[in-house]
Write a protein that binds this ligand. Structure first.
Ligand code: MG
Length: 400
């Protein structure tokens, strides 16, 4: 079998996605992948066009060899754009392998390690009472894990700490949010006190900091949230300085999850080796695909670190499915972030994973289980998009 073509598909059914279809010389056998990197979609697409020439003519069944060839071909390797492009290729190769074998991808990864893959979703509100009502509405739908945020700026992390929003005045250019860490650090524990009083101690609550605090601020937050027994505190610090986590770790027993912005095994290893975190949160489609994600989770295993793969709306249904197949297969699964997509996203990528009672149904179809409707995808052209802009209250850009 040979790779004959790599189709790069950029589409915007509700939001932008960068997809690939790897075609082969075997009739009807092709693989689909997702390399979406929010705010840098066209850069990933250009890289995919460039890399595709390297793999045309290769046997798609040799996934590891293709991975190594693509990874090393650039000499200056790595980085989010490149790793997302490599991930998209890797996913499509696993999809092909599954289709050829007639097996879902999790079977190729060693089979089922658990009965259920639990997910968490996002509750928010303008005050603690509203957050409580939103959490309860998810419990009624069967969710066992819920992330709780006071509404503020991007991802709802800032809550009352997000003091104002200044519109950019230009279409497609994001507004600027002004954030006060002090106010955030005062109000967030109050919200969890309310939630625990209202909901009891046994429900699984999470909270996302979106990398906005200094080590000392994050330590204070972890300590103040300790009585409320979070399932974990997510992404407390910027991703660059791994040693900062030692301070947060020493400050409390609040569980720590990190890694939404990680794009390499070398981001993960320093945190693993000192057991500075409890959950690793990279997205398989940003770190090198299924091949690399499986290896990193094996590295995490001896340090008793579990998975909590990033799965917000920027990871499309194909990237979500890749995470779910790994979740079912690895022994050290923790929880999976879950989002419901825009209805047109499901039409462009039919076959998405399904949720039942707060758990993802075991994928049954060969490969990843999804397809890409190219004609429909073409009806949703790319829309220019950026990530949010956050400044401190005095106008300083968030630099630490
Ligand atoms: Mg997050």
């Amino acid at each position: 079998m040979k790779i004959t073509e790599v189709k790069v598909i950029v589409t915007c059914p509700g939001r932008n996605y960068v997809l690939v279809k790897i075609m082969t010389d075997e009739p009807g056998i092709y693989g689909v992948g997702d390399g979406t990197l929010s705010g840098s979609e066209l850069a990933v697409a250009a890289d995919l066009e460039h890399l595709s020439q390297l793999i045309i003519g290769m046997d798609p069944s040799n996934i590891e060899d293709i991975w190594q060839k693509v990874y090393h071909c650039t000499y200056w390797r790595g980085g989010p754009v490149f790793m997302s492009a490599l991930s998209a290729i890797d996913l499509a190769l696993w999809d092909i392998k599954g289709k050829v074998a007639g097996l879902p991808v999790y079977q190729l990864l060693g089979g089922q390690s658990r009965d259920d893959v639990w997910v968490y979703t996002h509750a928010h509100g303008r005050d603690p009472q509203e957050v409580e009502e939103h959490v309860r509405s998810f419990h009624e739908k069967g969710f066992k894990f819920v992330r709780a945020q006071l509404t503020g700026g991007y991802g709802g992390y800032g809550g009352p700490g997000m003091l104002k929003r200044v519109p950019s005045g230009r279409e497609g250019i994001p507004d600027t949010d002004y954030f006060s860490p002090e106010k955030y650090l005062i109000e967030t524990p109050k919200m969890f006190e309310h939630l625990r009083n209202a909901l009891g101690m046994e429900v699984n609550l999470l909270h996302d900091v979106h990398e906005q605090l200094t080590p000392n601020e994050a330590s204070r937050l972890a300590k103040s949230l300790e009585p409320y027994r979070l399932f974990y505190m997510e992404d407390p610090l910027r991703p660059e300085n791994k040693e900062s986590f030692e301070m947060v770790r020493r400050s409390s027993t609040t569980s720590i999850a990190m890694g939404e912005l990680f794009t390499s095994r070398w981001d993960c290893l320093p945190l693993f080796m000192k057991q500075l975190i409890d959950f690793i949160r990279f997205a398989p489609i940003h770190i090198g695909g299924i091949t690399e994600a499986k290896k990193i989770m094996a590295m995490a295993e001896p340090f008793q670190i579990r998975s909590a793969f990033h799965g917000a709306a920027d990871i499309g249904p194909i990237g979500q499915a890749a995470a779910i197949h790994i979740d079912y297969a690895i022994p050290n699964f923790g929880v999976q972030e879950w989002i419901t997509f825009h209805p047109s996203t499901y039409e462009v990528m039919p076959g998405a994973c399904q949720l039942e009672d707060g758990m993802v149904k075991l994928p049954q179809k060969p490969g990843l289980g999804l397809d890409i409707d190219e004609e429909l995808a073409a009806k949703y052209p790319y829309q220019r998009a950026y990530m949010p802009i956050v400044r401190r209250v005095d106008g300083t850009y968030h630099v630490y």
